[in-house]
Design a protein. Sequence first.
Length: 92
Amino acid sequence: MALKIRLTKVGSVHQPLYRVVVAEARSRRDGAAVENLGTYRPGSKGNPININMERVDYWLSKGATPTDTMHAMIKRARRSATAKSEAPAATA
């Protein structure tokens, strides 16, 4: 059972919304997911990515492979999380 971390589209035509899910590699794009890890709203301002990084790390340790798009989003989410954690310390 090969697992992938990928996007599933749940939004409407001109208002896209994607869920970040863990699903079997052979299942359909909008098929059944093993677990929902977060959301991605490309049209929103600020931080469009909302991912539970603890669960992402768990699934990566179990052998799930992210798609190319999700690999880039996970890297971006990690950078923003470290920037948020370092920002209050730098001002104090």
